[in-house]
Design a protein around this ligand. Structure first.
Ligand code: CMC
Length: 434
């Protein structure tokens, strides 16, 4: 049996054999299927990319039906249990886990890119006191582009490596400054004696003490959450990173665009929405009524459902375990019982079962973040820090992929056929006035 598909065009009676590789036909192979020489050729129509592979990628594997997520072949459960976020970042970017020498050197390099230019700090000071931290983050990342004009040379591998280290190093600093800005607190400079997440916590919460010692359980929990959020193949923001990157825009601009995509409530903004939803529900006694509203189509159960996972989201499971560790330190978030009750009802209810709706990564992450002391507006920023690694890895793969070109989908035009302007508008207006 050959790896091809046999098609007959009933419009013309002609037959075609199209090769099938990786369970896929090439959309461009359809172009030869025409009704005549004037015909453009057959296209596919796929709004929201429900069934279109836009790239070949060796980074992240997801089997949504079996709830499997792997980075470079390693199950997410093992990475979360045994690795640090920075080692996972190295794995994603380089394809292999680092040895101990590489791991130390990598952490050192990232640490020495955590400072931001004082002018960038001033730029951030210009935001309103109550600016949404996600808006601050994405604008500041775009502004970074003006500080590193050499980043425009996207074909230069050495320069690319430098921008990648800068971005991974600087994202927590920008995020922490955005947080402090909201609270009216002075910005805290990075402390290069600390690890990635401990340093981030220090920049967030250091007050007058000379050195901030993060609670190791919280620093570890954040590190695990960062691992879980590091990459997720061709989601909305990664697709944005690739689409903008395909025009050869520099990585700061592409990443700012990716963060904008992440900010939406159906994507990374969902974690903030979950907390707002739990606030709206308020107490256990209101949970049933809220589920009825969801089933009546009046609102969504935020933190539920996924385009790819139709069984369970493996990240949600790990987050639930991590929550237990965090709550031992912080005390339980009272919203946890509302969330658990929602989950229990939803998992038994025909509406959710039929549509294969399960808790996703955002359902429990916000509850942990809030218990740790973050306000909901920061939650998506906490998603953007680790996803920076995934965006950059995907961008790097795109730039090195000889098959990729500028992203440019087709459309099916449904507007008017050619028509002509009658009386010029101005003249018409004058004649009406007369
Ligand atoms: N609550 C209630 N109904 C839902 C939900 C939900 N959260 N999600 C999907 N549905 C329903 C939807 O109305 C549709 O019903 P019907 O067939 O009767 O029209 C059916 O389930 C299929 O949904 P869909 O909209 O076709 O699914 P999608 O793959 O286009 O959307 C999603 C996926 C994640 C955008 C969607 O499930 C959603 O809006 N969830 C809530 C927001 C959320 O939690 N987003 C985070 C996603 S995971 C992390 C990330 O990507 O950042």
């Amino acid at each position: 049996m050959s790896d091809s598909i046999h098609l007959t065009d009933n419009r013309t009676g002609k037959s075609y054999d199209l090769p099938v590789t990786h369970g896929t036909i090439r959309a461009m192979d359809l172009r030869q299927i025409k009704t005549g020489p004037e015909d453009f050729g057959l296209m596919t129509y796929d709004p929201a990319f429900m069934n279109t592979a836009s790239c070949m990628s060796s980074i992240t594997y997801i089997d949504g039906d079996r709830g499997i997520l792997r980075y470079r072949g390693y199950p997410i459960e093992e990475l979360a249990a045994k690795c640090t976020f920075l080692d996972v970042a190295w794995l994603l970017l380089n394809g292999e886990l680092p040895n101990s020498e590489e791991s130390v050197e990598w952490a050192h390099k990232i640490r020495y890119h955590t400072m931001i230019h004082e002018n960038l700090k001033k730029f951030m000071e210009g935001f309103r006191h109550d600016a949404h931290p996600m808006g601050m983050l994405m604008s500041t990342v775009a502004a970074l582009s003006t500080f590193y004009p050499e980043s425009r040379d996207v074909k230069n591998k050495q320069s690319r490596k430098m921008q990648i280290m800068r971005l991974i190093g600087k994202m927590p600093t920008i995020a922490a400054y955005a947080y402090r800005h909201n609270l009216g607190l002075p910005y805290v400079y990075p402390d290069n004696t600390l690890g990635y997440t401990s340093n981030f916590l220090s920049m967030l919460w250091k007050m007058t003490e000379p050195k901030y010692d993060a609670n190791p359980v919280l620093a570890k929990a954040l590190d695990i959450l960062f691992i879980l959020h590091a990459d997720h193949e061709q989601n909305c923001s990664t697709n944005t990173m690739r689409a903008v990157g395909s025009s050869q825009a520099d990585p700061y601009l592409s990443l700012a665009a990716a963060s904008a995509a992440l900010a939406g409530p159906l994507h990374g903004g969902a974690n903030e929405e979950v907390l707002l939803m739990l606030d709206e529900i308020g107490s256990l006694s209101n949970v049933h009524a809220f589920v009825d509203k969801v089933k009546a189509g009046q609102c969504k159960l935020m933190g539920f459902g996924h385009r790819v996972y139709k069984n369970y989201d493996p990240r949600a499971k790990i987050i639930k375990q991590t929550a237990e560790e965090v709550f031992k330190v912080t005390g339980a978030n009272p919203k946890l019982e509302i969330a658990i009750e929602l989950e229990q009802i939803a998992l038994r209810d025909e509406y959710f079962i039929k549509r294969k709706l399960y808790p996703n990564v955002d359902f429990y992450s916000g509850i942990i973040y809030q218990a740790m002391g973050f306000h909901p507006a920061m939650f998506t920023v906490l998603f953007a820090i680790p996803r920076t690694v995934g965006w950059l890895t995907q961008w790097q793969e795109l730039v090195d992929d000889g098959e990729q070109k500028i992203a440019r989908p087709r459309q099916i035009y449904t507007g008017h056929d050619e028509r002509h302007v009658g009386q010029p508008v101005e003249e018409h207006a004058v004649s009406v006035a007369r």
